[in-house]
Design a protein. Structure first.
Length: 357
């Protein structure tokens, strides 16, 4: 019946349904707006849309996965009232979990690499989580933050390691919520989807849903320096050693996670986005759209622009606006930090006025 309404009424109708009263933190997860990026759309001659995941109640795309992994643990009887949720995370899943745990009455323990921003560590502690920043070592090292989280859960009664990287409840969150929302918001008129991957849940879940709806929709994986997925796809499936690193937190991967592995065949192309382009886009989004967003978001938007160029004009491209810049501002807006990463020159002179720290 909704689809029979003319587009204007469809829009009013869907706006009204988003303004319902939501049930607590958990009820407020999802149903985020799709934002048209005006300047970039004009420049490319395509429609560039960003799914405003930073507007989730915990501030990032990971609220959806956090809810799904906890719900699944409850359904499988892996956690009972008063139990503890334990996770290894670069931060945002932890923040989502800490909120979900508060809302549901669980304790929350987070292991994270000590390379992550202080803002995320502080926020996790403010949300009542027990935080263990640990040295950033590769996944195959037993001291990697994920293995430490797993071992902690194994030693504790009524505790679950939610294992976001290989627990496909994460990807399911995006098959059941993010993908359908994007489809509805574009009335199914979408030509391309691209985003970077951390666990791969967002990319694989949205890609799977959209391809099932229309196999002609193109999906491109976007990859930062220090990640292996770009070369993995370009080489037809060879896993190379990780080399280099990126300022983009929460994305980049050294392996094909279980969240990604089932949908690898869906990928149409891969894009490598250097930090110089991502940092410039952080500042452009602020200047052109008033959007104060993190570096993984900026990388996604650069990828959406490159995808638009590859597909040609007149297309509708969707990407993910993962989280706000608030979580990284002591870095992204600090002259000293930018200099230390050799990125100051990547910010055009007319945008350097935003470097205030
Ligand atoms: N951006 C940020 C800021 C993140 O924290 C994450 C998750 N680590 C992602 C993007 C990637 O999301 P996913 O885990 O679904 O691949």
């Amino acid at each position: 019946m909704f689809k029979l309404l003319p587009p204007l009424f469809q829009r009013l109708y869907s706006t009204a349904s988003n303004l319902k009263i939501m049930e607590g933190f958990i009820g407020a997860i999802g149903n985020t707006p799709l934002i048209r990026l005006r300047k970039l759309s004009q420049e490319t001659g395509s429609e560039i849309y960003g799914k405003a995941e930073f507007m989730n109640p915990g501030g990032s795309v990971k609220d959806r996965a956090a809810l799904f992994v906890v719900k699944e643990a409850e359904e499988k009887g892996l956690i009972k009232p008063g139990g503890t949720v334990i996770e290894g995370t670069a931060g945002n899943t932890g923040i989502g979990l800490a909120h979900v745990c508060r809302a549901k009455g669980y304790k929350c323990v987070i292991y994270m690499p000590n390379t992550q921003s202080q803002e995320k560590i502080d926020l996790l502690r403010m949300l009542g989580a027990e935080v263990h920043p640990v040295p950033a070592v590769p996944f195959d090292n037993p001291d990697n933050y994920n293995h430490q989280a797993r071992r902690h859960a194994e030693k504790l009664e009524n505790a679950v390691w939610t294992n976001q990287f290989d627990n496909t409840a994460n990807r399911r969150a995006h098959i059941e919520t993010t993908g359908p929302e994007i489809w509805d918001q574009t009335n199914g008129l979408i030509d391309g989807f691209t985003c970077a991957t951390g666990t791969g849940g967002t990319f694989a879940g949205v890609a799977r849903f959209l391809k099932d709806k229309n196999p002609n929709i193109k999906v491109f994986i976007a990859d930062p320096p220090g990640s292996v997925l770009y070369t993995y796809f370009k080489s037809g499936g060879k896993l190379m050693e990780r080399t280099g690193s990126s300022i983009t937190e929460g994305i980049g991967q050294g392996r094909v996670t279980d969240n990604l592995s089932g949908d690898v065949h869906l990928v149409d192309d891969a894009l490598y986005i250097p930090d110089e382009k991502s940092i410039e886009m952080v500042y452009r989004l602020l200047d052109e759209e008033g959007l104060y967003l993190g570096a993984s978001t900026a990388l996604n938007v650069v990828a959406a622009v490159e995808m638009a160029k590859k597909l040609g004009p007149g297309k509708k491209i969707v990407t993910i606006l993962c989280d706000g810049a608030y979580r990284y501002q002591s870095r992204l807006f600090s002259r000293k930090w930018l200099e230390s990463k050799n990125l100051l020159d990547s910010i055009p002179n007319n945008l350097q006025k935003y470097i205030v720290l």
